[in-house]
Design a protein around this ligand. Structure first.
Ligand code: GDP
Length: 195
């Protein structure tokens, strides 16, 4: 699978637009500004593919990218942006609930958190959604380049505890900026869509 062979397919604003053609789906989620677009760009080795630094939380839509005709990379809308209206938050919740109600579409969740901070309540809810959907997920602890070496292990431990991860759950220390962790994420995704 050539990850650089990526094409944008569509933005779904309602469940009727969800893709259900049997191709596996790898669903990326994260708080606004956590670096989700940057992680996707790094993963695909593309610049400016998924947007970076766009007005956070402005769009309640699910973006589908087809990767080398092998799977869909599903970019779920970011959450936790304070300035979002109640109406938009509700729309976000409905859209996400609908997506997670169809878990057979998902072979892997990629949950992006900020390696500098304790995961938020929203992050914990997100982890719970993947669990309840019965969907395996990996946690990507992004912005690792902003940590001192001595902070890495303690912070990863806080992430594990806060998200209530089990022994077998994978946390990938990652830097979209430097490329750290890319190979581990690639391996997890390929194992999930090829397996
Ligand atoms: P999104 O809202 O989750 O899609 O986040 P973006 O990809 O737009 O990134 C938000 C901000 O964080 C941007 O200014 C990025 O340059 C920055 N950023 C993303 N990943 C990293 C990283 O690994 N290290 C550092 N230092 N900055 C990052």
């Amino acid at each position: 699978i050539n990850l650089q062979k990526a094409e944008f397919i569509l933005s779904a604003v309602a469940p009727k637009f969800f893709l259900r053609d049997g191709l596996p789906q790898v669903a990326f989620s994260g708080r606004s500004n956590v670096g989700k677009s940057s992680v996707i760009n790094r993963l695909l080795n593309r610049k400016n593919f998924a947007r970076v630094g766009a007005a956070p939380g402005k769009t309640t839509q699910i973006n589908y990218f087809k990767i080398d005709n092998a799977f869909y990379l599903v970019d779920l809308p970011g959450y936790g942006y304070a300035k979002v209206s109640k109406a938009e938050r509700d729309r976000w919740g409905k859209l996400m609930e609908s997506y997670f109600a169809d878990p057979e579409l998902m072979t892997l969740g990629v949950m992006i958190v900020d390696s500098r901070h304790k995961p938020t309540a929203d992050d914990c809810t997100m982890a719970q959604w993947y669990r309840e959907a019965g969907c395996p997920f990996v946690v990507v602890a992004n912005k690792l380049d902003k940590l001192k070496k001595s902070q890495v292990e303690p912070n990863l431990q806080v992430i594990r505890e806060t998200l209530e991860l089990g022994e077998g759950d994978v946390v990938i220390p990652f830097s979209a900026e430097k490329g750290t962790g890319r190979q581990e994420l690639v391996s997890a995704i390929l194992a999930s869509v090829e397996g």
